[in-house]
Design a protein around this ligand. Structure first.
Ligand code: PEP
Ligand code: MN
Length: 264
């Protein structure tokens, strides 16, 4: 059972280089997609400089259009892990399909379940059978109870290393803000579950200039960490360039977030 009623103590997730829990603040950063060996290495260095202990990067991309860049696949995972290993960082990457779980597991420290797959119950059960932490992103139109049930699917298979991510939901206005960041979800999820709650301001905001205020709002609401997309040449990014922070913007944002959290 995932509820606080059965699990009053916060769950502490320890990976090689990170401690993810209600008593810590974890920064995950990296490109939306792994683009090349050289590029992901450069972005890993930028993430590390900002204090990130987890390197993000997609190799299997759930794109809105089937004609958009779909990711480098397993080769991308090799590049991602090489960059993380070189800098003593953990890897988080999305697993899109239950048949890929064992292959992705070889390269990642944390599985990411994408918003579009939040109710893919066979995928949730498959990652629930592994021993690796699983970050579940709230679906585009998922209620908090839907997200809790997604977590329950993972937990029911025996894996309680669960991280919940609020990444913005669809509301009636998506012209200026891609999605609406539900900051209230942070304290609600923390009160209902023992799991750490991470804010993804990048996919919530959709636009670079909105990422910083949403990151700070999520932090102020009590988030246990942030996951942020970065790029050094956003105009030519293979995905999500419009919402990427530059390495410098990432550093100043993380510094501000740490100041809110009173971490020096
Ligand atoms: C991503 O992390 O790049 C991503 C596709 O996120 P989401 O599933 O939240 O849209
Ligand atoms: Mn993205």
């Amino acid at each position: 059972q995932s509820s606080r009623l059965f699990h009053p103590e916060s769950i502490v997730i320890k990976t090689k280089h990170s401690i993810i829990s209600n008593n810590n603040f974890t920064i995950m950063a990296g490109p939306c997609s792994v683009e090349s060996k050289v590029h992901v290495m450069k972005m890993a260095q930028a993430a590390k400089n900002a204090g990130a202990t987890v390197l993000r990067g997609g190799a299997f991309k759930p794109r809105t259009s089937p004609y958009s860049f779909q990711g480098l696949g397993e080769e991308g995972l090799i590049f991602l892990k090489q960059a993380a290993d070189a800098l003593d960082m953990d890897v988080i990457t999305e697993v899109m399909d239950e048949t890929h779980v064992h292959m992705v597991e070889k390269y990642t420290d944390i599985f990411q379940i994408g918003a579009r797959n939040m109710q893919n119950f066979s995928l949730l059960k498959a990652v629930g059978k592994t021993n690796k932490p699983v970050m579940i992103k709230r679906g585009l139109a998922a209620t908090i109870d839907d997200l809790l049930n997604a977590a329950e699917y993972v937990a029911s298979e025996g894996n309680h290393k669960i991280i919940l991510a609020e990444r913005g939901i669809r509301t009636f206005d998506n012209k200026y803000t891609r999605n609406t960041l539900d900051v209230g979800a942070v304290p609600v999820l923390q009160s209902l579950t023992p799991y750490p709650v991470i804010i993804d301001p990048s996919h919530a905001a959709g636009h670079t200039e909105l990422v910083v205020p949403e990151a700070l709002a999520g932090t102020a609401a009590g988030a246990d960490g942030l996951i942020i997309e970065i790029h050094d040449d956003p105009d030519h990014a293979l995905s999500d360039g419009a919402q990427a922070l530059s390495p410098k913007q990432l550093l100043t944002t993380c510094n501000k977030a740490r100041a809110i959290k009173n971490i020096v």
